[in-house]
Design a protein around this ligand. Structure first.
Ligand code: PBG
Length: 329
């Protein structure tokens, strides 16, 4: 069987069309969230003032307020208790995990009016914190694909619009597309973290998601920061050919040139991830709200100029608050 390319996935709902094809900045924003077990939990993440780990009840309220300010797309990361982590990343595909329950609840409340994206990786669920299965200190590629497919299927069944492959294993987009087809999830999309560098800008996130590797690093699968445009275009085109519906470049600011090159080399919408370390830089360096807001506007503008159709950013909420009716323009 060949690989299914399904351009209709990005058109399936109005919210998906607005995210992928709208010229309006607010429609192109995706707000990330960190979901934890329990109730009444709302704990600020170290290094990321304004961004919290939240239990589902609190998360629902946050999403409601963001939605009213115009945020229509969200990306969810599940934070897993350390006692529940194991070598097989079992919790990553557990349908009763906080992440899966959050997706189901949000979809039940908002249906097609919201675009729900979920992170598909093993690093938050493995005891060693790596993005794949590990044997003799090495991160296995093909063996990890099966597990990633199970995670993707479980997210699709919970109701995710897009599963977001952030692991950087070779061949995972094709494997996930085929797995989704096999269970009849033909309108679930794949956002591929296609051009993802082994960056030093992910520090605050790993703290937030408790996903730091116990040993070694991510340099055997994430891209070398010194690699040139050829490697970036290779990864982007591979994922496009394997059936990715959205191609992502990550991080954003240090790789604006790569966003432009990739955007010129693929036919799918391009997303940029304005990552945790980039958020922290702005938060720490802005002297007041006005200065911060000007920085955020400038950064978002630069992403657009570089060719990004979609912007995943922890600043999405504050941008929406300022630009919502009654807010400061
Ligand atoms: C999971 C994943 C990471 C981020 C998104 N998905 C961390 C990593 O690759 O180590 C980083 C996001 C951020 O820094 O905001 N693999």
């Amino acid at each position: 069987m060949g690989i299914e390319i399904r351009p209709r996935i990005n058109r399936w709902t109005l919210a998906r069309r607005e995210l992928n094809f709208s010229q309006s900045l607010i429609n192109s924003l995706v707000q990330p969230h960190f979901v934890v077990d329990g109730t009444g939990i709302d704990s600020e993440i170290k290094g990321m003032p304004g961004i919290h780990r939240q239990s589902i009840d609190v998360l629902i309220e946050t999403i409601k307020s963001d939605f009213n300010n115009g945020i229509r797309s969200i990306m969810l990361f599940g934070v897993i208790d350390s006692q529940l982590k194991d070598d097989a990343a079992t919790q990553a595909s557990n349908p009763s995990s906080p992440l899966h329950r959050a997706v189901a609840q949000i979809k039940q409340m908002y249906g097609d009016r919201i675009v729900v994206m979920t992170d598909v990786c093993l690093c938050t669920a493995t005891a060693h914190g790596h993005c794949g299965l590990v044997e003799d200190g090495e991160i296995l590629n093909d063996e990890s694909l099966q597990v990633l497919c199970e995670v993707a299927i479980s997210h699709a069944k919970a109701g995710a619009d897009y599963v977001c492959a952030s692991d950087m294993m070779d061949g995972r987009v094709e494997a996930i597309r085929k797995a989704l087809e096999a269970v009849g999830k033909t309108n679930t999309g794949i956002m591929a973290y296609s051009v993802k560098y082994a960056s030093s800008f992910y520090g605050p996130f790993r703290n937030a998601a408790s996903s730091s590797p116990e040993f070694g690093d991510r340099k055997t699968h994430q891209m070398d920061i010194k690699s040139g445009y050829k490697e970036a275009i290779l990864e982007a085109q591979l994922d496009q050919n394997e059936g990715a519906d959205i191609i992502m470049v990550k991080p954003g600011l240090p790789y604006l040139d790569v966003v432009r090159k990739v955007s010129d080399s693929v036919n799918r919408p391009v997303a940029v991830y304005n990552v945790s370390g980039e958020y922290s830089m702005v938060v720490k360096s802005s002297v007041n709200d006005e200065a911060r807001s000007a920085m955020v506007n400038e950064i978002f503008t630069s992403f657009r100029r570089a060719g990004a159709d979609i912007i995943v950013s922890y600043h999405a909420r504050e941008f929406a608050e300022r630009n919502s009716e009654g807010g400061i323009k």
